[in-house]
Structures are given as structure tokens and as C-alpha cells.
Design a protein around this ligand. Structure first.
Ligand code: NDP
Ligand code: 13P
Length: 335
């Protein structure tokens, strides 16, 4: 029987533990707050992130990372992107020698510009054949409710990715394989930035033309970055790219879209975040993506404008006006 550890009991870590349990695995679900682990154990529910969703018997919540990692075949990492390196550096000595480490996070590390699979390889001291990612149009609440969804599991190792695909293929969750790890990760990270931009447009009261234009041009610029970094451009038209951008940018459940909407309505980032435990990864990833784009001389106007709005250097209405008034170009500009 497959044994899995999910480290991080926010919305996605908890929802993914359910996917794995539905696919037949036993799952250790680590929460960093002991009180939450104890509540989940007694209530059989994660009231902070997925109220009303029952945890199956195969999911064992714990605050002891050793207990979650003991004898595990897969370690699914569901902590926020900027916190992954420091946590995994501490956890690495406890990870079984043959376990595959899987990123569930969508982000790019600030300053280093590293993707999550790169951070995992460095922090755990392992090669890319033991690292994988899961990414796609997977809003946690819908997945936890067992609404049908597809996703992508990616690794450079085709065998690893096929085994991982089996381990998380449940009646409601259908993973596809991909070996383009660079493209899958960049797409997943950048869609949060695009969702912030779309949220701003929603907050300003703009309609579907504005949203579709931001989605399409946002996808074009991340495809450009991906190609510069060696990704397959087709990845960006698949579940990790188009699929996730559409889900995130159209859903009121998206925390990135919600935060962008609050900015568009005139609140600051701090005001928009107040009172929520949830992460909107785009807020920190936008600057990381922009740094990466600068290093590779890739023009990313949507990410650039979003970063300026997040920093308070540009107003939401200036973001839209400035994007529209840029110099005219052919549509196929690079990618
Ligand atoms: N939610 C979703 O629909 C999806 C999310 N993802 C990605 O999954 C990753 C995890 O997000 P998600 O599960 O949604 O998280 P949530 O926003 O639901 O919850 C925040 C999580 O981060 C934890 N956390 C906050 N600060 C720290 C810290 N300094 N160190 C360690 N953990 C911390 C919280 O722990 P605590 O409760 O103790 O504060 C909690 O587990 C993100 O990269 C996100 O983009 C990917 C696909 C879908
Ligand atoms: O990644 C997600 C859906 O695929 C969740 O998006 P948010 O983090 O914006 O809620």
C-alpha cells in the first residue's frame, strides 16, 4: 500500500490528502500548529481551511513531522513557496532515502529565482529524478468536495511520474503526466500573478473583454519566459497553463483574484490580507518572476505592472491604462 506524507495542512495540503486517500494511500498530514492537528484528529475535519469536509480514516493528522514521514513513499510539500526551503532543510534528514518529494506549491523563490523543484533538490540534497510537482486547475475547495478535476504530475523521470500518477488518480481527480517540469512550474507560479491582474480589473468594475485580454496576454508573456528557460511552449496551452489560468481567473474562490479585487476596489495589500490566514502567492511571486525575466531579458509587462501595484508604486487604474497604452505590436511577439 502507498504511504504518503503531506506536509502543510492548509487548504491544498488537506484537499490533496483526501485525493491520496481516495486513491488508496494512507496519509500522514502534518500541521505546524499542534492545536489544529489535535482538532483535526478529534473532529475529523479541518475547520480552519475546509470546514464541512470529512477527513477519511486513512488520513492521520499530526503535529510531529517524524510521524508523518516514517516509512513514506511520497512527501508532498504544501507549505507556502517562500517558506519551503527553510522547512525542508530541517526535515530532510528525516525523509526516507527512496522517497519521492513532490511540490504542491505554486511560486518562485524570491531573490534566487528558483522554482520549487529546484529548491527541493537543493534543500534535500537530492537529484531531479526524485523530485516531482503537481499543478493544474485545482481549487482546493472543489477538489475536497470531489468535484471532477484534471491535473498534471511532472518530473524529469518518466517512471517516477507514472508511479506518481497512479498514486494520486482517484475517482474524481485525473492526473496527466508531463516531463516538462520547467514549463509546468512556471505556468503554475505565473497564473497567480495573472489572477492578481484580473482581480484588479474586476475590482475596478471592468468586464469580460478586459479579463480575457489580461489572461491571454499574461499567458503569452509567461510562455515567452518559459521558452527562454527551455520549457515546451505547448505546456502553457495545457492544464498547467491555460487550464489553471482559466480556473483561477474566473473563480471567486481564488485568493489571488480576491486580493487583486480588493486592490482594485481601493484597499492596500495589508488591508486586503488582514484577518486571513490564507496565502495569495502572487503577491511575492510577482517580484520573483520579474527578477527572473530581467535576468533572461524577457519582457513581462503584466508581471511588471502587478509588481508595481503590489508595491504601491502604481494605482490599480494606472495598471490597466498603462498596459493598454503601451506601444502597438504584432500579436505574435516572440511567443
Ligand atoms: N488552495 C488552493 O486551491 C491551492 C493552493 N496551491 C498552493 O499550495 C500552497 C499552499 O497553499 P494552501 O494550502 O492553499 O495554503 P492556505 O492559504 O490554505 O493556508 C496557509 C498555509 O500556510 C501555512 N503557513 C503560513 N505561514 C507559514 C510559515 N511561515 N511556515 C509554514 N507554513 C506556513 C499555514 O499554516 P497555519 O495554519 O499554521 O498558519 C497553512 O497551512 C501554495 O503555494 C498555493 O499556491 C496549489 C493548488 C491549489
Ligand atoms: O492554484 C489554485 C487553483 O489551481 C488556487 O488559486 P489561489 O491560490 O488563487 O486560491
Amino acid at each position: 500500500m502507498t504511504r504518503a506524507a503531506v506536509l502543510g495542512a492548509g487548504s491544498w495540503g488537506t484537499a490533496f490528502a483526501l485525493v491520496l486517500a481516495d486513491a488508496g494511500a494512507t496519509v500522514g498530514l502534518w500541521a505546524r500548529r499542534r492545536a489544529l492537528a489535535e482538532t483535526m484528529t478529534t473532529l475529523r475535519e479541518n475547520p480552519d481551511y475546509l470546514p464541512g469536509i470529512r477527513l477519511p480514516a486513512a488520513v492521520s493528522p499530526t503535529a510531529e513531522v517524524e510521524a508523518a514521514l516514517a516509512g513514506t513513499h511520497y512527501v508532498f510539500l504544501a507549505v507556502p513557496a517562500q517558506e519551503l526551503r527553510s522547512h525542508l532543510t530541517r526535515w530532510a534528514p528525516l525523509v526516507p532515502a527512496d522517497a519521492v518529494l513532490v511540490s504542491l506549491a505554486k511560486g518562485v523563490e524570491l531573490h534566487s529565482g528558483k522554482r520549487m523543484s529546484e529548491v527541493i533538490g537543493e534543500a534535500a540534497g537530492i537529484g531531479p529524478e526524485r523530485v516531482a510537482v503537481v499543478t493544474g486547475p485545482n481549487l482546493a475547495r472543489e477538489v475536497a468536495e470531489r468535484q471532477p478535476a484534471a491535473s498534471v504530475v511532472a518530473s524529469v523521470d518518466a517512471d517516477v511520474v507514472r508511479r506518481l500518477q497512479r498514486a494520486c488518480h482517484s475517482p474524481a481527480f485525473r492526473p496527466y503526466t508531463n516531463t516538462d517540469v520547467v514549463g509546468c512550474e512556471l505556468a503554475g507560479a505565473a497564473k497567480n500573478v495573472i489572477a492578481l491582474a484580473v482581480g484588479v480589473a474586476v475590482g475596478l468594475g471592468f468586464g469580460d473583454n478586459t479579463r480575457a485580454s489580461l489572461i491571454t496576454r499574461g499567458l503569452a508573456e509567461v510562455t515567452r519566459l518559459g521558452v527562454a528557460l527551455g520549457a515546451d511552449p505547448h505546456t502553457f496551452a495545457g492544464l498547467a497553463g491555460l487550464g489553471d489560468v482559466v480556473a483561477t481567473c474566473s473563480s471567486p474562490l481564488s485568493r489571488n483574484r480576491q486580493l487583486g479585487t480588493a486592490l482594485g476596489e481601493g484597499r492596500t495589500v495589508a488591508e486586503a490580507r488582514a484577518g486571513s490566514r490564507q496565502v495569495a502567492e502572487g503577491v511575492r511571486t510577482c517580484a520573483a518572476i520579474l527578477e527572473l525575466a530581467g535576468r533572461h531579458r524577457v519582457d513581462m509587462p503584466v508581471a511588471q505592472h502587478v509588481t508595481q501595484v503590489v508595491r504601491g508604486e502604481l494605482s490599480p487604474s494606472e495598471l490597466i491604462a498603462s498596459l493598454v497604452s503601451r506601444s502597438a505590436k504584432p500579436e505574435r511577439h516572440g511567443w
